[in-house]
Design a protein around this ligand. Structure first.
Ligand SMILES: [Zn+2]
Length: 232
């Protein structure tokens, strides 16, 4: 298991009362170019506790905060109009979500539950998760510092960029591509373009940034393995 210390709660941003399945979320996230469902746990409308992405795999649910976190989503989060953020959790969902959080807390020594909106300009999960769940972590969350994804992007400089260039070159060699990238400390246009090319070939989000998903994908690529899929 990778080290985890925080749970981030989400909503599916679907209208109140509309059922959503794990397969459906997996489909949405594939359509966005992700490797399938980005959440680890899904709380269904009737309080079902479904498994999404395996816990040991890093999630894709909160930009900048996928390292060290588990993503839990409940179905709902919007009023019936499909637009207005609303805490639509029914009693069964509240109970299931709480049980899920407590189970994960005890299994992995989680220190804190946060809501997605605490890290992004979004309404998700349409309620104040910290306020509601902080009491579960008395004595644990003191001094808690959220983990932040290590991301390399254009304009960055340093030895990490040289290492990344080396990996891009190793991969380019496996693909029999001509003209290796000259390793450099400067994450410039050429490094960005080579990164995008890699991401496109592996069918992951081609944003030219090197975060946990891109690093993980590189590991698979260099081991001659097919692209990661969240659901087997
Ligand atoms: Zn969210």
């Amino acid at each position: 298991m990778r080290p985890v210390s925080e749970i981030i709660v989400h909503c599916t941003a679907t209208p109140e009362g509309r059922p959503v399945t794990v397969a459906e979320i997996d489909h949405w996230h594939h359509a966005r170019g992700w490797s399938g469902i980005g959440y680890h746990r899904v709380i269904g409308l009737n309080g079902e506790r479904w498994v999404g992405r395996p816990l040991e795999k890093i999630g894709a649910h909160c930009e900048g905060h996928n390292t060290g976190t588990i993503g839990v989503v409940y179905v709902g989060g919007l009023a019936k109009d499909g637009r207005t953020p609303k805490d639509t959790r029914n009693d069964a969902q509240k109970e299931a979500l709480l049980a899920e959080l407590v189970d994960l807390r005890d299994r992995f020594d989680i220190k804190k539950v946060s809501g997605h909106r605490e890290y992004a300009a979004k309404a998700c999960p349409s309620f104040d998760a910290s306020a509601e769940y902080d009491h579960l972590f008395e004595g644990r969350s003191k001094g808690f510092v959220p983990a932040i994804d290590h991301v390399l992007k254009r304009g960055d400089f340093g030895p990490d960029v040289v290492v990344w260039c080396g990996k891009l070159n190793a991969w380019r060699e496996t693909m029999r591509m001509k003209a290796p990238l000259i390793p450099r400390e400067d994450f410039d246009h050429d490094v960005e373009m080579a990164t995008i090319e890699f991401q496109r070939q592996r069918r992951i989000v081609a944003d030219g940034k090197v975060g946990p998903q891109t690093r993980g994908e590189m590991k698979l690529a260099l081991a001659y393995k097919p692209p990661f899929r969240a659901l087997g």
